[in-house]
Design a binder for this molecule. Sequence first.
Ligand SMILES: Cc1ncc(COP(=O)(O)O)c(C=O)c1O
Length: 377
Amino acid sequence: MNLFDVYPLFDIEVVRGKGCRVWDAAGNEYIDLYGGHAVISVGHSHPDYVAAITAQVQKLGFYSNSVHNSLQQQLADRLGRASGYDDYALFLINTGAEANENALKLASFHNGKRRVVSFNKSFHGRTSAAVRVTDNPAIIAPVNEGMPVVYVPMGDLSRVEEEFKKADVSSLIIEGIQGVGGIQIPSDDFMRSLRELCTRYEVCMIVDEIQSGYGRSGRFFAHQYAGIRPDIITVAKGIANGFPMGAVLISPMFKAVHGMLGTTFGGNHLACAAAIAVLDIMDKERLIENAGETGRYLLRELATLPGVKELRGRGLMIGIEFEAPIKEIRRRLLFEHKVFTGVAGAHTIRLLPPLSLSLSEAGEAVRRLRRALAEAQ
Ligand SMILES: Cc1ncc(COP(=O)(O)O)c(C=O)c1O
């Protein structure tokens, strides 16, 4: 049987990781500024993380959501304290798309409305409702088209209000920082105004922190720069450092009803052990502070590179937009200089390293990028 060929692949197999480094099958060492797409939060194969999931799977890997699992409550307590959302409730699933899917459903169950306001360049996942609120017609299949959605330009408050005035909008969904869209940061003022409008028009405010959350921005959540509290927050990616897990943080205004949401695998014992270990390590190693500090250092250093049109970022979520296309630079960076990076469009390199990236690793990566740029001239 062949694999269904949907991924354009680099000809590299990563077989080992440690901290912010990975090694390929031929033994080459790379600096990882990509984190497997923002998933590796506490570093590859962190010993405490490995010990926690090893100990858990030796006891119990999985049992269903039909019986008590105290690890879920432990995780909820820890996450509530770490994020400042102690009074919210937690629903656990397996992926980011699933988190948004459940968030959109919950909002619609709550207010009985159907329409959703989303933003240009947004990405929220590939399942039915999540892909429908994603601004990319190429990945929306005819079967997804039923749900009414409008995409509005980022920053355009009057367009949002125009839609809200029609009185049929269930929720507004916005990324804390747009990732796939090229590291676009909604202004703090815009976020505050959206919060106000959502309250005034009784629209549920969903903030997708799947890529920008869990410490990546230098705060626990990127929206916390604006000092707002959304009604629903979605997370995934870094929550369990590569163990598949997603979560929905739900304001006390929502009433839980038995059976309204559910999942087979979500919140299983092994995933919870992985997620608790991640919060322990983030706390012990002050990784949110590190993301802020290393991110500020990177922004200063990257600003000195030639050919940069615009630098955007907070913490360790950085977009470097170049004047020229970046395909060749990125290829050289990976194959000649051994640095993994991400991409957003033809001109933007995206940096999403583990939150444990040190200043010296960041400095070394920038030196390699400078050399790759010089060679690509
Ligand atoms: C902001 C955002 N939302 C949702 C998703 C979807 O997450 P998943 O691939 O885990 O379904 C992603 C994935 O890249 C994302 O960046």
